[in-house]
Design a protein around this ligand. Sequence first.
Ligand code: MRU
Length: 354
Amino acid sequence: VKDFPRTIEWVGGRDGFVRLIDQTQLPGALHYRDCHEVEEVWEAIRTLRVRGAPAIGIAAAMGVVLGVRTAGGDRAALDRKLEEVISYLATSRPTAVNLFWALGRMRNCFERSALVGEPLQDCFLHEALAIQEEDQQMCRAIGEAGAPLIPDGGGVLTHCNAGALATGGIGTALAVLYVAAEQGRRFLVFADETRPLLQGARLTTWELQQAGLDVTVLCDGTAAQVMKEGRVQLVLVGADRIAANGDTANKIGTYGVAVLARAHDIPFYVAAPSSTFDLRLSTGDQIPIEQRDAREVTHGFGRQTAPVGVAVYNPAFDVTPHHFITGIITERGVVRPVNEGAIRTRLATAFSQS
Ligand code: MRU
């Protein structure tokens, strides 16, 4: 598996900027977008130029660095500015908890800098880079924890994009595939196209092709048929937020795939770092679900595909109940069976970073 271009990076030192792959341009073109202002980062998150739960957490953290660096005045003024920037970035997208988790870490810099005597602005940059670095290590560890689950000679179905493009490393669900491939396992990947924005067709197939993995794209409605044909031995998806009981929000359509997997007696695994768990929420009913523009459905990629004035329901995510999930692959090992006790125990175990 070869190295990918970085989905997002900080270029330069304290006066640097954010460079990210503009994922709205893929697979047609590999374009980078430079963000010098926090507003540009907000826009990139909102419009899905950068997307995927861990990647938007990293982007938001770097956005804080941009947003507070021109703030003058005393510590109190800087604290006010920090809160303003954090509140602003928190409005970019509601569902992936990694965004709020990362903003929380940036807020903690305020106290940490006083404790360790580091200038605040340096502390912000170090924290954003640490979030990215840790994500990279968590991705690799998720891949290693999950790789033994990949059936040699079998088929794996995935939905949306939970790969390198969605993280600071080699992905979550796709990390499992990359590590399994490195270990010499041979398998076929089926990528749901993932209506309406086609993260599966545009992004998952692109990055799996780059890595030399054998991938077939499916219309979303085809998943049931390939399962019935006996070509899928495992379903593997990412997550945007996991409640304490294991209910999992992920890209719209994931729940349907989980129900199909159950109907065909196929194991259904979620792969996610600990930053995707929200243990404050007891069940998935409490997860806020982003509603997106009707035009994504009626005018997908510029062509009108539904009549003017038709009612549209376009939630970006759904919640898969925990009892449909065989296991959750984390950087600390696999949670199985999926219940609150098993999740809390697994997340309490140490993660030894290499
Ligand atoms: O709307 P998106 O493209 O940000 O949705 C992304 C997903 O649903 C991913 O599966 C999830 O964030 C996991 S990414 C490792």
